[in-house]
Ligand binder design. Structure first.
Ligand code: URA
Length: 430
């Protein structure tokens, strides 16, 4: 290969700074040169900031996504004799939907290859939650994954470092340079990994509101449209649901307690909002895989989804019947007056659970599986003075004051509560 570089990265930074467009060869070179270490972190950071401020055209975002895919391996499920359908959530507080969803969809003969991550900051990670189950193993080889997909039909495991390595480096830079929130960068980051994973269909759960990446609905919708277009252009049947993340999902926020709640859903019970979203996403994933009429409620009610869950956990060395960890210390917060719980803001509850030890501040930190928050009331519920509103759990009582500080003003009791709309606000398709 020639040692002469095709472009000068400073020209590319200037182009974006001055609101110009980068060509396809420029973007291909940029990502390749960044992956090789030729483009320095500070140069890529400057470019990320220019993209955050000035945006990118749809063609540029597609080129960026394809270049990030080309930086690593591309998986294929073509050898499976069943369709594949996956889901990605942009993350929220109490979002454990992947846990009941993957086995539920697999009941219908559609394979679900869920390559998941660990949590950072106030949003939890699916792998952290599942690691509360004694023995459960997140790391699978590609061969193990294929065998499990063929046999059980659902896999939730760690994404290997081979998928879109350029995104991994770029994401780490964005995290430390205030450039995470750029829609072209979020969309290409998420979609490069999902397209490289090789799923045939993909449903995006794009969240808006207090506990979401995108606080306002319009920006969440723009992100959803951008990602749906990227998936569709790459030949992946992709749709998105825009869902409300102003209030925590369900009654459990943490790790072990979110597994417990997911198992309740798989047993045909569980909180109404978790069930509603699980069913909506399952219907969407199955529709894209050619089964619009699948009886998803029936599969939760009659134990078929639970059977797949147990097989899925056992296949990864977990014991689905083992007791989950329980915290050493608890602290109950009660209602100060009679009334109706009017607000319960997702973000402060996510931060409080994180401060209790359920989340991590640095990628290398461990999480405390038993730490978290159990809610005893949801907005709209009537409460009486002295009634428990929520319970904090931690291994060390010294964590309670900072968690309680995060929750100041996060919930209110009034005479009446504003009505809550449905969780799923819109469906976006290409
Ligand atoms: N998740 C990702 O994988 N990338 C982003 O940029 C944001 C969320």
């Amino acid at each position: 290969m020639s040692s002469v570089e095709a472009f000068d990265v400073v020209d590319l930074i200037r182009t974006k700074r001055d609101r110009g467009e980068l060509s396809t060869p420029q973007i291909d070179w940029l990502i390749d040169a960044f992956t090789r270490g030729y483009v320095a972190d500070e140069q890529m950071s400057a470019l990320a900031m220019a993209i955050l401020l000035n945006g990118m055209e749809r063609r540029e975002i597609r080129d960026l996504t394809m270049a990030m895919i080309a930086s690593g391996e591309r998986m294929s499920f073509a050898s499976l004799d069943k369709p594949t359908s996956d889901k990605h959530s942009t993350g929220g507080v109490g979002d454990k939907i992947t846990l009941p969803l993957a086995p539920l969809v697999a009941v219908f003969g559609v394979a679900v290859p869920q390559l998941s991550g660990r949590g950072l900051g106030h949003t939890g990670g699916t792998l952290d939650k599942l690691e509360s189950i004694p023995g459960w193993r997140a790391a699978l080889t590609n061969d193990e994954m294929m065998v499990q997909l063929a046999d059980v039909g659902a896999v939730i495991c760690a994404a290997g470092s081979g998928l879109a390595p350029a995104d991994k480096r770029l994401y780490a830079l964005r995290d430390t340079t205030g450039t995470v929130e750029a829609i072209p960068l979020i969309a290409s980051s998420i979609m490069s990994k999902k397209i490289a994973e090789g799923t045939g269909a993909l449903v995006l759960d794009v969240k808006f509101g207090s506990g979401a990446f995108m606080q306002d609905y319009e920006r969440a919708e723009e992100l959803a449209r951008t990602m749906v277009a990227l998936g569709t252009d790459a030949g992946v049947a992709t749709t998105a649901l825009l869902t409300d993340m102003n209030v925590p999902l369900g009654l459990a926020i943490g790790n072990a307690n979110e597994v417990r709640e997911s198992v309740e859903v798989l047993a045909g019970g569980g909180p109404a909002d978790v069930v509603e979203l699980t069913l909506a996403l399952a219907r969407e994933m199955l529709t894209l895989a050619g089964q619009p009429d699948a009886d998803v409620e029936g599969a939760l009610a009659d134990g078929r989804a639970m059977d797949v869950w147990k097989r899925m956990i056992r296949a990864q060395d977990g014991d689905p019947d083992a007791p989950l960890p329980v915290a050493k210390e608890t602290h109950v917060v009660t209602a100060s007056r009679d009334g109706v719980l009017a607000t319960q803001e997702a973000l402060p509850f996510g931060i409080a659970a994180w401060r209790l030890g359920a989340g991590r501040a640095r990628q290398q930190d461990p999480v405390i599986h038993a730490a978290g928050i159990d809610l005893h009331a949801k907005p709209g519920d009537e409460v009486r003075a002295g009634q428990p509103l929520f319970t904090l759990s931690a291994d060390d009582a010294a964590r309670f004051p900072r968690a309680l500080e995060a929750l100041e003003g996060a919930y209110t009791i009034e005479d009446t509560a504003p009505p809550r709309g449905p969780i799923v606000r819109a469906r976006i398709e290409a």
